[in-house]
Design a binder for this molecule. Structure first.
Ligand SMILES: [Zn+2]
Ligand SMILES: [Zn+2]
Length: 377
């Protein structure tokens, strides 16, 4: 069957033939792939020539954000059945460390994990995939058209969960106990800055707004762009970082009070680093963007470290997600769609057929949000 991905020692994206997978174990599920989302990780694999192909193989199928339909199941599978819409997680555990052995391969301690479409395992840019039931998640039928966004939303769910877990270290930062980070209504009386209004940034903005966090989202596209319009449609304030200095942007954010949360989703290394200087007392900064290439700049490192210590600041990285975050994402997808018109479906900026894979991977503009490849039309 036709597949699209990377070929060893051959730059760019290519089409090749792979054998059709079959169910071989009783806990496996055969999925017919409908849609695959392309994100920064995929574009960067091509741009920076990153090829994490398994030893002994010469190709790796790309694509890790997927939506599909169950075609067949092994005789021990209970949670999904043929015809069910599903999505799948990305990382497969090392099978050795305690987090991996307890369904938290996103926190793997050995680094010996694999990832579908990214690191050693074939992804989903092809017709069929076989996977163990534990990595296959049923999608409610009314969310089928949004299922391909479950993976990016799960990344954001994990980042915001981390913020809430870490910040439950103090009782609350406003006069209302009900706004403590471990409360249901945790978001009120809080301000967040989301850096980058791509898919992760927009979904983070939506989750913050669902919790009623006063949210700014910054990107380098004009105020009349689709990204800015979506930010505003979810009740957040858009900041065009291409026309304002970082200091002016941060002064704008701090006008409404302490900046309690920074959510970095751009992967722009210099910006990500400099923003540490603007963290408020006892605030938290979660980084999800992965910078590529080299960055050598001069910074006052002593001042940054001094402030982190003296002001109880936390800078935390967050990568990948597990089944639980996918389930949270599917629950919140419903709430996002119900509360914000145009979200999240207006994030889809391009759709291509699998045969048009070259155009899908080469059509990219800063104003684009989510490219989807329709494997089965
Ligand atoms: Zn592990
Ligand atoms: Zn409050």
């Amino acid at each position: 069957m036709l597949a699209v991905g990377v070929v060893r020692d051959k730059p760019g994206v290519h089409a090749f033939d792979v054998p059709e997978p079959r169910i071989e174990r009783p806990d496996e599920v055969l999925v017919r792939i409908k849609e695959v989302g392309i994100d920064g990780t995929d574009f960067n694999m091509l741009r920076y020539g990153i090829q994490d192909i398994a030893e002994g193989r010469d190709v790796m199928v790309m694509g890790h954000e997927m939506a599909g339909i169950v075609e067949a199941v092994g005789n021990e599978v209970r949670t999904v059945a043929p015809g069910d819409p599903v999505t799948m997680t990305v990382r497969r555990g090392c099978g050795q460390c305690q987090p991996c052995l307890h369904n938290q391969s996103d926190m793997c301690m050995t680094g010996l994990y694999t990832e579908r479409g990214i690191h050693r395992l074939d992804g989903f840019l092809t017709r069929f995939a076989v996977e163990q039931e534990q990595y296959v998640i049923k999608v409610p039928p009314h969310l089928v058209h949004l299922a391909v966004l479950t993976e990016p939303l799960s990344i954001v769910e994990k980042g915001i969960e981390l913020i809430r877990i870490i910040q439950s270290r103090f009782p609350w930062n406003c006069p209302h106990p009900e706004h403590a980070f471990d409360s249901q209504d945790w978001g009120e009386c809080k301000t967040a800055l989301v850096v980058g209004a791509g898919p992760l940034g927009l979904l983070a903005t939506a989750l913050f707004r669902l919790a009623d966090v006063y949210t700014f989202a910054a990107d380098i596209v004009p105020e009349d762009s689709n990204k800015a319009r979506l930010v505003q449609s979810i009740g957040a304030v858009y900041l065009d970082a291409s026309v304002k200095t970082q200091q002016a942007l941060m002064e704008r954010c701090c006008q409404v009070g302490n900046l309690d949360i920074i959510f970095e989703a751009s992967g722009a290394a210099a910006t990500a680093l400099e923003l540490i200087n603007y963290m408020a007392r006892s605030s938290i900064y979660v980084m999800t963007g992965i910078p590529r290439g080299d960055l050598r700049i001069q910074i006052d490192a002593a001042q940054i470290l001094r402030r982190i210590v003296r002001q109880n600041q936390v800078v935390v990285g967050s990568v990948n997600s597990n089944r639980r975050h996918f389930e949270m994402a599917l629950r919140d997808m419903d709430r996002i769609a119900a509360r914000f018109s145009g979200m999240p479906q207006d994030m889809f900026s391009h759709r291509f057929r699998l045969e048009d894979y070259e155009r899908a991977f080469t059509t990219r503009h800063p104003e684009d949000i989510k490219t989807v490849i329709e494997v089965e039309t």
